[in-house]
Design a protein around this ligand. Structure first.
Ligand SMILES: [Zn+2]
Length: 314
């Protein structure tokens, strides 16, 4: 593949003409086996998975920039040389995870995503984000492709649009991006659907798995997954208490001070607590005072158990 430069790279949704050095900067991706056919790849910040089929490769997501997508490809093809990446599966719509299939695997004949994800991607028209060729709908799909079987599960609104977990029962692995991540939430929890988040995520605890592979940082066990959800539960309570106590939700210094005073004892050891706890609380308070954002938050509930899966053969 040709070298990605600041001048010629795919440009996402940037509408400026200037070079984009941030998009042309490669990252170092390393791979580790999760089972005999399933792998995880990470550059330390971003993480994804890929699987070895009978003939080729099924890879999830594309990393965060054109150059990072190329780095992901390099790492993957070193582990599984001479195999075509025939299928790319998108976790959700965000460009920093799925924006650059054009750089990662332009030869992929199938790009699979949930229909809600595909709708956003098609409407967005981002440069480098390949529009899905195949979609699935509803809650669960059992995917069979090239000798590999897994389930895609959209447990309800969580983060982004159509966000789907991938479950590999034989490997005991559940992979899901930008939902449960080690530590506190990322900055102000962008595009999180907080009304439905906990109910949707708790449904994934019904499934049989031992290792949770997130879209950032390192894998977790079931206990860590549950504790992370409990943090969000507690954050909602503290946000309501802060409003009841008269903390101004628009005054960051006050929100940050309140968060540190109330939460350091319980959660101060959590990864990135120091950087983000004030922003986390401000986001949860904004949710309480506005009532949530969009139909995803208002429409229906995610409290019932998961239904049966439909079959998708690629
Ligand atoms: Zn995201």
């Amino acid at each position: 593949m040709s070298m990605i430069t600041t001048e010629n790279c795919h440009r996402g949704v940037f509408s400026i003409d200037d070079p984009l050095p941030g998009y042309a900067f490669p990252t170092t991706v390393s791979c580790e086996p999760l089972s005999d056919r399933l792998w995880t790849a990470t550059d330390g910040i971003y993480r994804t998975i890929f699987a070895e089929g009978d003939e080729g490769i099924v890879a999830f997501d594309t990393f965060w920039s054109p150059a990072a997508a190329a780095s992901y490809r390099t790492a993957l093809t070193r582990v599984l040389p001479d195999r075509e990446i025939h299928t790319v599966v998108y976790s959700h719509d965000h460009l920093d995870h799925t924006g650059f299939a054009s750089d990662f695997a332009p030869e992929a004949s199938t790009v699979l995503a949930h229909e809600e994800t595909a709708r956003v991607i098609e409407a967005r028209g981002s440069d480098g984000q390949t529009v899905p060729t195949t979609t699935w709908s509803g809650e669960r799909a059992r995917v069979k492709v090239d000798g590999i079987e897994f389930e895609l599960i959209n447990p309800g609104p969580t983060h982004g649009s159509g966000n789907a977990a991938a479950w590999f029962p034989e490997a005991g692995v559940l992979f899901m991006v930008d939902t449960v991540i080690p530590g506190v939430s990322y900055t102000f929890a962008p595009d999180w659907h907080l009304n439905r988040y906990l109910g949707s995520m708790r449904r994934l605890e019904e499934l049989d798995w031992d290792r949770f592979v997130p879209g950032h940082f390192w894998p977790m066990d079931r206990k860590g997954f549950g504790e992370n959800l409990s943090f969000y539960e507690r954050m909602g309570e503290v946000a309501r208490q802060a409003l009841a106590d008269g903390v101004d939700p628009d005054h960051y210094a006050s929100v940050d001070a309140y968060a540190r005073e109330r939460l350091t004892g319980e959660f101060g050891r959590l990864f990135r607590f120091g950087e983000y706890i004030g922003m986390n609380l401000m986001r949860f308070m904004a949710h309480e005072v506005t009532g949530g954002w969009g139909l995803e938050d208002a429409d229906g509930d995610s409290k019932s158990t998961l239904g049966p899966a439909t079959e998708v053969t690629l």
